[in-house]
Design a protein around this ligand. Structure first.
Ligand SMILES: [Zn+2]
Length: 105
């Protein structure tokens, strides 16, 4: 299953990519690259209420992807902006999705 643009959000690290937020089997949020990738280690599917779910294929007891699941890569594996930008240090501070900066003085 392929997410639509409507399902995507900007990368939280600000690299400019769109990501798909999924919920892991442990209930944690995980950002996934929105294009299926054979090299991925996450099986992604959409559950009944329409939530995107992911589960890791890395575990020794992980079963192979089911027919209704697609394989995706976690966005952290491809993100070009691993570090959150630090205030006061040059570089890529401005992103399209950055909130307005407040100056407390
Ligand atoms: Zn990113």
């Amino acid at each position: 299953m392929i997410p639509t643009q409507h399902d995507l959000d900007p990368c939280p690290a600000g690299c400019g990519a769109a990501v798909l937020w999924t919920t892991t089997e442990h209930g944690r949020p995980m950002a996934i690259d929105p294009t299926p990738d054979e090299r991925g280690n996450q099986a992604v599917y959409r559950d009944g209420p329409g939530r995107w779910r992911s589960r890791s294929l890395d575990g020794a007891d992980a079963r192979p992807p089911d027919p209704w699941e697609s394989t995706y890569r976690p966005h952290v594996a491809t993100c070009t902006n691993h570090q959150p930008p630090l205030p006061g240090i040059g570089g890529r501070r401005r992103t399209r999705h950055a909130p307005p900066r407040r100056v407390w003085r």
